[in-house]
Ligand binder design. Structure first.
Ligand code: ADP
Ligand code: MG
Length: 273
């Protein structure tokens, strides 16, 4: 079942120095429960697209449907927001309260939910991100990865069907990155639809499907194997590929190796043979 559909989406930013076309005819659809990654060089339009998924931005032209609802129709606004949560790059700019549990509760308080229900949902959400022990902490005392998990708990508490992540690990150290990625995989396993923007190709390789953006368009859409084993094209686009795919590509100059190598295990297996 389709949960997101984007049709000929154009987005133009009006600036003092003229119009800037950020999205130039995007078409895509995402099924409920899918885990998709979006990659592309800086300025290719990823963040602009992300903001359309929960009506933070509205189309200049074209349409976007969330759970069948046209995001540009004002009467759908709240329902779209109830369906799609967003996690951004900088956890510091997402945290709004002085105590962790208040921060996680923030989005719920605007929905008119009873206080004891809110506490219940906050506890569940903190548990889901492995941060139950930090309920009464000041977010300022937490590491970047922990802050990002609190921001994710805030979205989990909203119980949206879809979570959009816009480079959530960009400001984290490797440990923090691993924590977030394993949390994202867990949320997917629990049934969430995940839209994951990243410039870490190893992270994108964990998705079921990868969209490659360039200049406001979706240039490619395929499985991680389809996308990342085309090393020459990724290079041409100024994008990296996961290390094992890169190594396999170099080794092919001297060894006969199969084309579809993406992971370290696949490379080791091919070399063994
Ligand atoms: P990405 O997330 O892939 O780096 P963005 O969606 O942020 O790309 O940006 C796409 C294009 O739109 C870029 O050329 C960027 O400079 C431009 N852009 C983004 N936000 C604004 C804005 N608020 N005003 C004007 N131009 C913008
Ligand atoms: Mg961006």
């Amino acid at each position: 079942m389709q949960i997101i559909r984007v049709e000929n989406l154009r987005h133009i930013y009006k600036t003092a120095s003229g119009d800037k076309v950020a999205l130039d005819g995007v078409n895509l659809s995402i099924d409920a429960g899918e885990f998709v990654a979006i990659i592309g060089t800086n300025g290719s339009g990823k963040s602009t697209l992300a903001k359309h998924f929960n009506a933070l931005l509205l189309p200049t032209a074209g349409k976007i449907f969330v759970d069948g609802l046209d995001t540009s129709d004002e009467k759908n606004f709240w329902h779209v927001r109830e369906n799609v949560g967003m996690v951004f790059q900088n956890p510091d700019s997402e945290i709004v309260a002085a105590i962790v549990e208040d921060d996680v509760a923030f989005g719920l308080e605007n929905l008119g939910i009873a206080p004891e229900k809110i506490r219940e949902r906050v506890d569940l959400a903190l548990d889901a991100v492995n941060m139950s022990g930090y309920k009464n902490f000041a977010p300022s005392k937490l590491s970047g990865g922990q802050k990002q998990r609190i921001a994710i708990a805030g979205v989990v508490a909203m119980q949206t069907k879809v979570i959009v992540f816009d480079e959530p690990t960009a400001m984290l150290d490797p440990q923090g990155r691993r924590e977030i990625l394993s949390l994202v995989k867990r949320l997917h396993a629990q049934g969430k639809t995940i839209i994951y923007i990243t410039h870490f190709m190893e992270e994108a390789a964990e998705a079921q499907r990868v969209f490659v953006m360039e200049r406001g368009k979706i240039l490619r859409n395929g499985t991680p194997h389809e996308i990342f084993t085309n090393v020459a094209e990724m290079k041409r686009l100024g994008l990296d590929v996961p290390v094992a795919a890169e190594l396999a590509d170099r080794l092919r100059k001297n060894f006969k190796l199969p084309q579809n190598i993406l992971t370290a295990d696949e490379l080791a297996e091919a070399l063994h043979r």
